[in-house]
Design a protein around this ligand. Structure first.
Ligand SMILES: Nc1ncnc2c1ncn2[C@@H]1O[C@H](COP(=O)(O)OP(=O)(O)O)[C@@H](O)[C@H]1O
Ligand SMILES: [Mg+2]
Length: 328
């Protein structure tokens, strides 16, 4: 069964089409990355999949349940980590998890064991009795991931989980996220605008202006760029250029006294290249394409890093979700 199955989903806010006819499939047990710049439609999509918003058209199924027709079943199947923290800062880490366990009717005799296991998993067991307001941003985010797992969901949604964290905390959080499918039997749907983070995802969709403009594994997407770039400096560029062009049957360019060519498996070409023009080689370097390059190619723009601030829309979604949970 698919963890997530979305077909022709759209969401309009008045004249704005926030999500524009998107389709995607997330197989069970995988990590799916939803990438795009600010305002692309990522949070709106998550809100629809989490049953906080209804779509204008199209369908979405989570673990086989229809988001429009079976919202309570969907809600039981998912965990959510919102873009902005929703922890209760005046409770301890342990109390935050307990509170969530009660909300989701986790069996009393299982609560303690589960919460202890999760606190160990995120490396916060020793801090379990500290108030959350004393925690760093990274610790809070890890605790939110743990909270999202307390009721054993089938799918965990993470909206910009590493936003605002320092590089070290981001790296640490990633160590936990990549282990989730195996250790917690959960599929992960996460958004980010840090392209390099998406490298660990099994599959990716790039969204821009509400439309999915590319999907595939990180390797597949990077392949569309035509492969690696090999840069060579030699003592005799003129003859080296001819030699390399004959060797690989490609066009070799020259810029700033450096020759360069594109190759699908650049690393495998280097030994041959050195064999052929060995004596004149001064240096060789290989540049692998990044997901940033993919985004640049698809949109003609760099993904923006600067303006990812929290907004009222997100805060309102959280309040709405809490209200729904309370009624639930
Ligand atoms: N409740 C809302 N009312 C009106 N417009 C909205 C609302 N929520 C989001 N939008 C608009 O939809 C677009 C997508 O927003 P969003 O899904 O938050 O993007 P992202 O999470 O990728 O930054 C933006 O243009 C945003 O202003
Ligand atoms: Mg967002």
């Amino acid at each position: 069964m698919l963890a997530i199955n979305v077909k022709n989903l759209s969401k309009k806010f008045g004249a704005t089409t926030a999500v524009d006819d998107i389709s995607l499939e997330v197989p069970e047990g995988t990590i799916f990355g939803f990438l795009g710049p600010n305002g692309a439609g990522k949070t709106t999509t998550i809100n629809i999949l989490c049953t906080l918003l209804s779509p204008s058209s199209g369908t979405a199924f989570i673990a086989g349940h229809d988001c429009s027709r079976e919202p309570s079943k969907v809600r039981k199947s998912i965990g959510i980590v919102f873009q902005d923290t929703t922890l209760d800062k005046d409770l301890t880490a342990y109390e935050n998890l307990m509170f969530h366990a009660y909300l989701y009717n986790v069996k009393k005799k299982e609560m303690k064991g589960r919460i202890h296991d999760l606190l160990h998993f995120i490396g916060l067991y020793d801090r379990k009795d500290d108030l959350v307001k004393k925690f760093s941003g990274g610790m809070k985010r890890r605790l939110e991931v743990a909270r999202g797992l307390v009721h054993r969901p089938q799918v965990l949604f993470l909206d910009e989980p590493t936003l605002g964290l320092d590089p070290q905390s981001r790296a640490l959080l990633w160590e936990f996220i990549v282990e989730l499918p195996k250790k917690h039997n959960v599929s992960v749907f996460m958004t980010t605008h840090y392209m390099e983070e998406a490298e660990v995802c099994n599959d990716i969709a790039i969204i821009d202006n509400g439309k999915i403009i590319a999907t595939g594994s990180p390797a597949e997407l990077k392949k569309t760029l035509g492969g690696d770039v090999i840069y060579v400096r030699t003592s005799d560029n003129k003859s080296a250029k001819i030699e390399i062009e004959n060797l690989f049957d490609v066009h070799v360019h020259e810029k700033n006294d450096e020759l360069f060519l594109t190759a699908l498996r650049g690393d495998a070409c280097i030994p041959e290249l050195i064999n052929s023009i060995g004596e004149t080689v001064l240096s060789v370097r290989l540049q692998r394409p990044t997901l940033n390059d993919v985004f640049l190619k698809m949109t003609g723009r760099q993904i923006r890093d600067s303006d990812m601030t929290s907004n009222d829309t997100v805060k309102e979604s959280i309040r709405a979700y809490r209200r729904k949970l309370d009624r639930h």
